[in-house]
Design a protein around this ligand. Structure first.
Ligand SMILES: [Zn+2]
Length: 463
């Protein structure tokens, strides 16, 4: 289906030269966006991470158990991504394995080649002082706060804290156990299944059974209080939502937009279908952060986002929408980032409309005019690594969705959104799949999308 769709949106461009239209040629793949990450010769089925963290000194001692499955036969060696940390031992199926290091790549050579399709258990012991990973779009990963820790890995920061096959299309189940000083709260992906306190240290164990991309794995540590939001009336009203925040922010949190999470979840459940995970957690750090960030089952905000105001509220809605668009449905190639950010951006406008604010149609037109005033020098698909998080990718993707909604009508549009979320739940998505399925389900020509996706110049819209 994907190959067929690719042909449909990549017509014979040479026959009809059009300077505004992209000569797509080969699109840039993940090697261009996150060079040197990931190994396609195997898949990881589960990660079991056990970290002992000394906050003073930012020191980690780690054990990572990876249940892997070779995708080639035989597999004589494989590569893991790990940044900076020292590897002390590697075993495969209980037997010591050779390992060597080159930059952030750890090559593991088992005693005997692994068989295709047959699961093996890889165990890596490692330690050191985790630090952010530099990529083409900046720094990402493990980062100390003044009093605590955040991990914000999109797109290339996962190797800052655990050995992994750092490819967004290699999704796996996770168990994350962190032992650190009592007095701090640890929040990680999924459900807290156990806490054990031993004198001055406490172990927190989280389980995330639904498949998750490496960049969405996270650990947050801080002196946090918690507040559980009341259940709601909607179909997913019983999904637990918990806020984690410093005591100093208690009043601000209780009076601010963070309290609207339940209503947002109801709105998005109606629009996109069931919430994809068992729960949602929100971490508000004592530090001011420039931008919030989504992880699977939780989002992270700086203290500056607890204040009232549309700019805060829209980003709270944005991060929640990523649980569907980005976390449950995840790109396989970073060039398709609009499938996350365009949808999350449009979801802000949907929340505005459904909560009695400005209509999505008006917000989309305002942003369309804003885009028209800015340089039109990027493509929505494959915007280049430097521009993958450019605001124009977000806004143009959002405007595309509103234009599609108005083109086909609300009934068909929302039915398709729910189908899209259901069909690719926990899976990997691509732009050609989106175009082909939207065109087929909505009865429109696939080339309706071309001016939005394949031209730099904005299409006429919105009068
Ligand atoms: Zn986003």
């Amino acid at each position: 289906m994907v190959k067929r769709a690719l042909r449909r949106i990549l017509p014979g461009l040479a026959d009809e030269p059009d300077p505004a239209r992209r000569d797509l040629g080969p699109l840039a793949d993940n090697e261009a966006y996150v060079p040197g990450h990931g190994d396609p010769s195997y898949a990881v089925r589960s990660y079991d991470l056990d970290l002992t963290l000394k906050l003073a000194g930012n020191h980690v001692q780690g054990r990572a158990e990876l249940l892997i499955e070779p995708l080639v036969d035989p597999l004589p060696r494989l590569q893991l991504d790990l940044h900076g940390l020292k590897v002390t031992s590697v075993t495969v199926d209980g037997r010591p394995a050779k390992h060597s290091r080159r930059g952030d790549r750890l090559t593991v050579t088992p005693r005997q080649p692994l068989k295709g399709g047959q699961e093996s258990l890889l165990v890596v012991h490692y330690s050191g002082n985790p630090s952010q990973v530099r990529g083409l779009d900046g720094l990402a990963g493990w980062e100390e706060l003044d009093d605590g820790l955040i991990v914000a890995s999109q797109p290339h920061g996962a190797p800052s804290w655990f050995p992994c096959n750092d490819r967004p299309d290699d999704k796996a189940a996770y168990r994350i156990a962190v032992t650190t000083d009592s007095g701090y709260r640890v929040v990680a992906n999924g459900s807290l299944v156990e806490t054990r306190r031993r004198s001055s240290r406490t172990t927190w164990v989280y389980e995330q059974p639904e498949p998750m991309a490496t960049y969405l794995a996270t650990v947050q540590v801080g002196r946090y209080d918690t507040l559980d939001l009341e259940p709601g009336p909607g179909p997913d009203g019983l999904v637990p939502i918990r806020l984690h925040y410093p005591a100093a922010l208690t009043r601000q949190v209780a009076a601010g937009p963070m309290m609207r999470h339940r209503a947002m979840l109801n709105t998005f459940t109606e629009a996109f279908g069931p919430y994809p995970f068992a729960r949602y957690d929100v971490v508000i750090t004592p530090d001011v952060l420039e931008i919030p960030l989504e992880a699977q089952t939780l989002s992270i905000f700086g203290s500056n986002f607890a204040r009232p105001g549309w700019q805060q509220e829209r980003l709270i809605a944005h991060e929640l929408a990523h649980q569907w668009f980005g976390n449950s449905l995840t790109l396989g190639q970073w060039r398709d980032i609009w499938l996350h950010e365009g949808f999350a951006c449009w979801s802000e406008w949907l929340w505005s409309e459904r909560s009695g604010g400005r209509r999505a149609a008006d917000l989309a037109r305002e942003h369309y005019r804003g885009l028209a005033d800015k340089p039109q020098d990027l493509y929505l698909v494959d915007p280049t690594p430097q521009l993958m998080f450019d605001d124009r990718v977000y806004k143009r993707g959002g405007v595309l969705l509103q234009a599609l909604r108005e083109h086909v009508g609300d009934g068909a549009f929302f039915a398709f959104l729910r189908t899209w979320c259901e069909r690719y739940r926990y899976g990997t998505i691509t732009t050609p799949a989106f175009v082909a399925e939207a065109a087929a389900d909505l009865g429109i020509a696939p080339d309706w999308f071309d001016p939005w996706l394949q031209h730099k110049t904005l299409p006429e819209w919105g009068s």
